[in-house]
Write a protein that binds this ligand. Structure first.
Ligand code: NDP
Ligand code: OXD
Length: 313
């Protein structure tokens, strides 16, 4: 069984070691310079150069190194073989930690207290309790659903928005474009965990932000985006922060990554910036996952977490 690792911006040697440790029988190749590409039946890819996968004449399955697959599907020459995305408790736990951290940071005015401390100012800000705060999650999939449960268990009023309707205990669920405005109007802290597709591109714009409500408290809304940079209009978010219409924001993902040093976002008020690491794909976890899927596939048991290419996620 031959697997090719084809990525940009990833330590491929570490990944190869983790795969080899997990399955010593796997014949691992790295990059397109490797000999005998015709033997390759599986590829583990992240932001592969467009068109490169067409060189693999005997490719049977594409594994995405991440949960998101926009990096694969933007390639117009993607081969017509099954695409498996990364779904794993390790990744999910990391994302839940990130979402809980940043919801609490905005809820408990972390940025404001950092500023107050810098000015040696002892001042208490009026603090609502979590049960008086509505958190809305856009994207109630693997990651959004687990984050929603964790926030609900902390006492927040949680609501979710997805493409198809959902029924979840103690979480108010909205679905589709027709229910988006109602969802937003009842959301004070918005968490975006959508995939980037042609339907979701640029969804986080000023028009959407202006619909966010404050619900029980009279605070301005806050935004957290850990989905993809292409979901957000960065100029709109920055303006809303500077004009005070957004109380705070957290962005883990950007239209251009790394975020260029000259970007004015670095200086935007009340903005937490993280380097697309809300939930990184752990080498050992991905190795276990890919080797397990290959084993199942070879034994005729089928693949899990297949991407619906028509829906783009
Ligand atoms: P899933 O595919 O499990 O969930 C996607 C969710 O988005 C589903 O609830 C889906 O609705 C909803 N959705 C998709 N399109 C629309 C639409 N047009 N309108 C409304 N809802 C929509 O993905 P995951 O939860 O596993 O991952 C989500 C994203 O998180 C990834 O695509 C990736 O971009 C990002 N990510 C970021 C990481 C980081 O470190 N920053 C790490 C990992 C992932 P439905 O349930 O009806 O299908
Ligand atoms: C992912 C990511 O999609 O890390 O998994 O962004």
């Amino acid at each position: 069984m031959s697997l090719l690792i084809l990525t940009t911006g990833i330590d491929e040697q570490n990944l190869a070691r983790a795969l080899q440790d997990t399955d010593p029988d796997l014949d691992i190749h790295i990059g397109l310079d490797s000999r005998n590409l015709d033997a390759v039946r599986f590829v583990l890819a992240w932001k592969q150069p467009p068109g490169s996968l067409t060189k693999l004449k005997n490719l049977e399955v594409i594994f995405s190194l991440g949960a998101g697959v926009d990096h694969l599907l933007r390639d117009p020459h993607i081969p017509d073989v099954p695409i498996v995305r990364f779904v794993d408790p390790n990744l999910t736990q990391r994302m839940v930690e990130y979402v809980v951290l940043h919801v609490l940071a905005h809820h408990r005015y972390l940025q404001d207290y950092i500023s107050l401390q810098e000015g040696a100012e002892w001042r208490e800000l009026d603090q609502p309790i979590a049960s008086d705060v509505n958190v809305g999650i856009m994207g109630m999939g693997q990651l959004g659903m687990h984050a929603a449960h964790a926030l609900r268990d902390l006492g927040f009023n949680v609501q979710g928005w997805s493409r198809s309707p959902k029924n979840v205990e103690n979480i108010t669920c909205f679905a589709g474009q027709s229910e988006l405005t109602s969802f937003l109007e009842q959301t004070e802290i918005l968490v975006c965990l959508l995939p980037l597709t042609s339907q979701t591109k640029n969804v986080l714009d000023r028009q959407l932000l202006d619909k966010l409500g404050t619900w029980a408290s009279d605070r301005k809304p806050a935004l957290i985006n850990a989905g993809r940079g292409g979901l957000q209009n960065e100029a709109d978010i920055e303006r809303a922060l500077r004009e005070g219409d957004l109380r705070g924001a957290t962005l883990d993902v950007f239209n251009e990554e790394p975020l260029p040093p000259k970007s004015s976002l670095w200086k935007a008020p009340n903005l937490f910036i993280t380097p697309h690491n809300a939930a990184t794909s752990d080498d050992k976890a991905i190795a276990r996952y890919v080797c397990g899927q290959i084993r199942n596939y070879e034994q005729g048991r089928g693949l899990e977490n297949l991407v619906d290419v028509a829906s783009e996620y």
